[in-house]
Ligand binder design. Sequence first.
Ligand SMILES: Cc1cc2nc3c(=O)[nH]c(=O)nc-3n(C[C@H](O)[C@H](O)[C@H](O)COP(=O)(O)O)c2cc1C
Length: 326
Amino acid sequence: MDTRTKYLGLDVESPIIAGSCGLTNDIDNLVKLQDAGAGAVIVKSVFEEQIIYDIKRNLSMMAPTDSYGMSYEYIAAHVADDSLGQYFNFIKEAKKRLHIPVIGSINCYSFENWMTYTQRFQEAGCDGLELNMAILPYETTLSCEDVDRLFSDIINTLRKSVSIPISVKVSHNFTDMANFMQRLSWMGINGITMFNKSLNVDIDTDTMQIKHAPSLSTPEELYETLRWVAILSKKLRCDISASTGVHKPEDVVKLLLAGAGSVQVVSCLYKNGVEYMRTLNEGLRSWMAEKGFDSIQQFAGKLAVKANEQASLFFRTQFMKHFAQL
Ligand SMILES: Cc1cc2nc3c(=O)[nH]c(=O)nc-3n(C[C@H](O)[C@H](O)[C@H](O)COP(=O)(O)O)c2cc1C
């Protein structure tokens, strides 16, 4: 059974990818994921906040002196270098131990740091880079045009400065979702990861305090991913890597039928252990055997909305069929 395919233009043995998370921040886990058949691994993101935090912590440990102000820039650059250095050493080690693609991941909020950090990923030997741009439009002052400009400025500049494949990971909070994803796919990127699961907050009614909502996804979250993958897979100029809500082998099959080029998993690995990657791959292969498919290409995108089909009509028809039966 041949599960070989392409992910960001790279050859992979399986379309199932270990998504960026705490589990992929550990070399032993990466090796286990590779042994269990992961097509590629995406390491935990570098967050700009984390580097800024390291800088502030280091500065707060120093006695304030007159020369402190003058040396701030130097110290900040040194600490940032050190924090990133540890991360890139991890990537270099992963590259030594793994033969599958190792993808770096980065999440910044300032334009300058996107540029500075990204080039170093390439130097560290990453096979590709996932830009976590799951920017939620929280501010009332932020318009659609502002969000558009932010994406295009960052991507256009990064595209020119690195030659490794780039994927952009997004949330599904866009007013003009389909149109925006299409324009994004025209920006010279190799893939779009749909979707990041944003950290939700909850309220504790006893203490009347804000608390974290559960960070792992539920199986029901698959449907939102499935919907957009099916609508967009034939209409974009780059691959879709599906993420959020994949818990069972059949979820992988559904997303491939909907046109995803690859499928990322995280929560199911937290729930079942990294070895669960093997179960997902075995499940995919046994489904293919049962249906008589020898390769992924034979069924990929079979149930996607067609390139010239209007998604609104397609979904209206499904809606009418469903309600006609009630
Ligand atoms: C504990 C945890 C840590 C995560 N860390 C990152 C991260 O560093 N970078 C990132 O892009 N996504 C991160 N994610 C999001 C996942 O990559 C993924 O998009 C999300 O969990 C949805 O996929 P799932 O349904 O398979 O869990 C994290 C998720 C979890 C649960």
